[in-house]
Each structure stands twice: as structure tokens, then as C-alpha cells.
Design a binder for this molecule. Sequence first.
Ligand SMILES: [Zn+2]
Ligand SMILES: [Zn+2]
Length: 112
Amino acid sequence: MPQLTLRWVHSHDNNVCPICRELGDSNYTWVFNNEPMPNELFHPKHGIVWNVATGSAAHEHGIKGACRCHLDIQFDLADLLEEAKKLRDSLKAGASAGGFTMGQRELGESEE
Ligand SMILES: [Zn+2]
Ligand SMILES: [Zn+2]
């Protein structure tokens, strides 16, 4: 199933605002299952800390505003694995048709 994971990463310098620092240091993570990338990110303590229009400036960075944080965006690999299986199956089909055997064992059912 598609799964999207967003994690706050701050720049570890003196310009990082307290909110960014807290989000980054606590490894705060947003997880979205079967949902598109959201337009804003909500933190239970700090409210909306990011939105698609202004990025992390959505929380105004307290008094200091010079930090450059980013979101670490990770997609679950399940989709990719599914594609790999399709490719494997097509290779298997080609192998039985054309006598191609190299790598067939490695591409077999052992990945679970
Ligand atoms: Zn900040
Ligand atoms: Zn920041």
C-alpha cells in the first residue's frame, strides 16, 4: 500500500528556531496511508508548522527566521516491489519461452 512518511530535518546550526529544533530533534514524523502529499502539516503542540505555499515559514520560526529546514520525504517501497515482481514474472515468461535461465533463481520466491 502506498505510504508516505515525512520527517522534519533541521540544519543543526544556531539559526534553527526552537520549533524546528524540537521537531527535528524529536524525530517527529507524519505518516499518510493512501493519501496524497498534504497541503499542510499539523503538530499537536505547535499547530500548523508547514504548508505548501510558505513551507516551514508557516510557523514563522519564532523570532529568528533564518533557519533552513527541510522535510525528509520517504515513500514506502511496496509499490516498487510490486513493479519488480511484474518485471520478474515477465522475465520468467521470457525465460521459459527462450531458454533464458541465468538469474532466475535469484529472482524467485525467496524475498519474503
Ligand atoms: Zn522554525
Ligand atoms: Zn526551520
